[in-house]
Design a protein around this ligand. Structure first.
Ligand SMILES: C[S@@+](CC[C@H](N)C(=O)[O-])C[C@H]1O[C@@H](n2cnc3c(N)ncnc32)[C@H](O)[C@@H]1O
Length: 659
């Protein structure tokens, strides 16, 4: 008999299932590999690598899946999770989270029961289960304290998710198998005939149900709006200027008082426009918020720069020729045909060559999708007969109305769209590993580290080299670990900066270090903060440089003797023409600093020349996902088939001061 994952073939060649499979771990052979990955992601996280947290979580989940037996998995899905959902909602109703969030002191079930009026035994049973699921901390017999989740569940915006999902989604999810069986396993396409209508025994569309057509549950709409807002918390925002070039919209905009800059179509209560105006306060033109009357009526306060306007997006768009029409999480609510109706109204209002349509939605990758995107896709299916879309599906829905997708911008650290993964375990940075290798004689070292770790690295590498008789000082480039860029680390950063030759935060890290909001694409503010760093002394005898990498704005290079902005190779105007060339910013910062190091050595310590090399190296890194392709033609070094030296000449020729 041969056995693989519990599927066996007997001596007659017939397939049989070995029942022992259900009570043995699912994939124990993966244990050693996953353990190593967890260790390296943990180390990277401790060193301040922000990507590492998500990688660590995913690997830890893979470890559970590998080591759990299928029987345990069955119990987790069928018993533990549904009951925890109901238990959490009950504790929300009773106000248990709110009580525990007030104090560090744990409370007994008897105390909580006395305050809430619940039967002590009943409450004790529910809390005992929730503690096993990480919702409370069990501090003794029938005694519980809080953790971060407990406290978060005291916040209305978050705890509204439970009654809301129970009130408009769970019965629809439960009805999915029956609906599909009845409909020959075809995707639902109409919001008025889908698992939602079956599960809730209603003829109303989800949105009608949500907004008043279900008189038994008047708070549902408000809870849904809170859930939407909680969903957006902590997610990367296109307005932060580090993944979408907002300034290119502003630069080309008409600035007359009546001109409209942005129309947020289906913008709900205006949270996106509020965020926009707070991050880009100098935006010219008007900001228009469009939604249904019952939604706008609920708005308690709105920035005066925003004009609310009742508008049904199936009808003619009244605002013509705005710079931007914005749709956020609107199209995923509708089937393709309805999306095209909504889009057609916008196309008719847009001024060709001037108006832009910004669509803020998930793009589900073809492989390696995240569970947040796949589960939302199924929620869209059951509640609205709609979907989360892949890139190909976005093309199919958008292009028939005469629009063209010019580019898809992807934040680097969003769970749904995240497709960056370490393909090998992350190595710990230990100078001792360089002992006896040629790398100990290197002319440059580039580190990503917190100020505390960086200090140790500098002392270690210099001591080790000295011990081996290597006495000349290497160029030491320090990129501060993003998580360590906090005001409480400013002093440590300044001290460590004195030990390195180049201190290179990006503009967001710079702002975070000084406790400012990360909106700064303001060049003068970057210069001011850079000046502060330099003034405190960078490098031995203060002779070092500060190089601030500022994404679309290029970089700001500063030392005691010089200071200058250098644009990126793909500047906004060039990028328009070369839109297809800028594909993925992953690794551009590293490529920049690698290029900087080579330029510094080849150009005898000229930091402006070094930054030119850096800008050109980064431009190649931007052109694809992954590394540029290196080749050789007649002795000339080519990257992505293009001469590196020629591009460097082209770039330098553009900088008048360096010609
Ligand atoms: C999923 S919410 C997205 C809201 C907001 N854009 C966001 O991202 O948070 C969809 C929005 O579309 C609005 N909506 C639905 N039907 C509409 C219609 N016919 N005309 C205008 N807005 C509509 C809803 O009221 C709701 O605010």
């Amino acid at each position: 008999m041969t056995v693989s994952n519990g599927s066996a073939t007997n001596s007659h060649g017939q397939a049989i299932i070995d029942p022992r499979v259900a009570t043995t771990p699912s994939a124990p052979e993966r244990l050693a590999h996953l353990q190593k990955e967890i260790e390296s992601h943990s180390q990277a996280y401790t060193n301040g690598n922000t990507d590492a947290r998500l990688n660590l979580l995913e690997t830890a989940r893979s470890l559970v899946q590998a080591m759990e037996t299928p029987q345990e998995t069955m119990l987790r899905y069928c018993w533990a999770q549904p009951t925890a959902f109901a238990g959490i909602e009950t504790c929300i109703d009773l106000g248990i989270f709110f009580i525990l969030a007030q104090t560090d002191k744990p409370k007994t079930v008897a105390e909580l029961a006395a305050t809430t009026g619940a039967e002590p035994e009943l409450l004790g049973r529910i809390m005992k289960h929730l503690a096993t699921m990480g919702v409370f901390v069990e501090t003794g017999m029938d005694e519980y304290g809080r953790n971060g989740l407990t406290t978060t569940l005291a916040i209305k915006r978050y705890n509204d998710a439970w009654p809301c999902i129970n009130g408009c989604t769970l019965p629809a999810i439960s009805a999915l198998p029956a609906w599909l069986k009845k409909n020959d396993y075809r995707s639902p396409t109409e919001g008025t005939d889908c698992p939602f209508t079956l599960g809730f025994k209603t003829n109303y569309h989800f949105f009608e149900f949500l907004n008043g057509k279900n008189p038994d549950y008047p708070e549902l709409g408000a809870q849904f709006n809170n859930l939407m807002s909680a969903y957006h918390q902590g997610r990367p925002s296109w307005m932060d200027g580090n993944f979408y070039p907002v300034e290119t919209l502003i630069e080309g905009a008409k600035i007359g008082e009546e001109d409209v800059f942005i129309v947020d179509v289906g913008g709900n209560k205006g949270h996106d426009l509020e965020e926009f105006i707070s991050k880009w306060p100098n935006t010219p033109g008007r900001l228009i918020l469009q939604d249904q009357p019952h939604v706008l009526k609920d708005i308690k306060s709105l920035n005066p720069a925003i004009t609310p306007m009742v508008h049904d997006f199936y009808r003619e768009q009244p605002i013509k020729g705005a710079r931007v029409y914005f749709l956020h999480s609107v199209l995923h609510d509708w089937n393709d045909e309805t999306c095209r109706k909504i889009l057609s109204q916008l196309v008719a209002a847009m001024t060709p060559g001037y108006s832009k349509l910004l669509i803020n939605e998930n793009v589900v990758p073809n492989t390696g999708a995240h569970w947040q995107a796949t589960s939302l896709d199924l929620i869209m299916m059951v509640d609205l007969a709609a979907k989360e879309r892949t890139e190909q599906q976005w093309h199919q829905v958008i292009e028939p109305v005469g629009l063209k997708i010019t580019k898809i911008w992807t934040p680097l650290d969003s769970a749904e769209t995240k497709n960056f993964k370490y393909t090998t375990p992350v190595l710990a940075v230990q100078e001792s590993k360089l002992r006896g290798t040629a790398l100990l004689t290197s002319k440059v070292y580039h580190y990503l580290a917190s100020p505390q770790d960086m200090k140790t690295h500098v002392l270690n590498i210099l001591a080790l080299r000295e011990k081996e008789g290597i006495l000349d000082r290497p160029l030491i480039i320090w990129e501060p670990a993003p998580l360590s860029c906090r005001p409480e680390n400013l002093e440590a950063c300044l001290k460590t900066a004195a030990l390195v030759d180049v201190f290179s935060p990006n503009h967001l890290e710079l702002a975070a270090l000084f406790g400012q909001s990360p909106v700064a694409s303001d060049k003068s503010e970057i210069e001011r903060l850079g000046e502060k760093l330099l003034a405190s002394g960078v490098g031995p005898e203060g002779k070092g440089a500060v190089v601030i990498r500022a994404g679309e704005n290029g970089c700001f290079v500063q030392s005691r003797t010089t200071s200058q902005w250098l644009p990126p190779f793909y500047k906004a105007d060039i990028r328009e023409r070369h839109a297809a060339k800028v594909v993925d910013p992953t690794g551009a910062g590293n490529a920049f600093l690698g290029g900087y190091a080579i330029g510094y050595l080849q150009r005898k310590g000229d930091i402006l020349e070094a930054a030119c090399y850096g800008s050109v190296a980064a431009s190649f890194a931007l052109e694809q996902v992954g590394m540029p392709e290196k080749s050789n033609e007649g002795g000339e070094e080519l990257w992505n088939g293009e001469s590196v030296v020629r591009r460097l000449h082209e770039y330098r020729a553009r900088q008048e001061l360096l010609q």
